[in-house]
Ligand binder design. Sequence first.
Ligand code: SF4
Length: 208
Amino acid sequence: MIDATITYVQRLFLQIATLDTNIILFAVLVVCCIVVLDSVNIFARKKRKETGIDQQTPTVSLDGSINAEARHYVSQRQGLAGRPDAIILEDGFIIPVERKPLANKIRDRYIAQVLVYMRLIEEFEGKRPPYGYLILGPKCRKFKIENSAERQAWLQKMIDEMQAILHGAAAVPAPHPRKCRRCDMREACVHGQPATEETIRIGAKKAS
Ligand code: SF4
């Protein structure tokens, strides 16, 4: 039995050795392509899972994807820029998806981010998305953020305030002891210094 196997393998090697070099190279190339495509597929599936998008959803862009590269929008007209974690197609609409893997609850700033994406998609893709998605936490909880006129007006107010500050208006800090402790600006901001009676008072007032 062992002798027969050895003979078979020897014959196989002999046949391979007598094959045309081009055929061998072609076979190697095919194997390499299969390995690469398989790796890309595994990577894409992993990315999709991380983003909370199921396999069936048509994807326009996905952060880290080779086939559907992330789209980075920069609008000089609106003074806005953004790069959604993913963009999907639903009912003929282009829908932005933002993933916050460490977040455990929805926050205003996340909603504002999705609203900005919806503005950019409307400008660059030519169609207003009726909603966007926020995917929160390790379990990928999905929240639909409606693109309502009220929400866009709320966002516009914030954008106007930021634009005014950029053009010289005074920035009014909103201190909170917990927030100030972790703020990147604390070295430069008077409220970032060790908690004062005033920051504690303001923080307590906000919390109530
Ligand atoms: S340190 Fe200043 S800038 Fe930072 S959160 Fe507090 S008030 Fe705002």
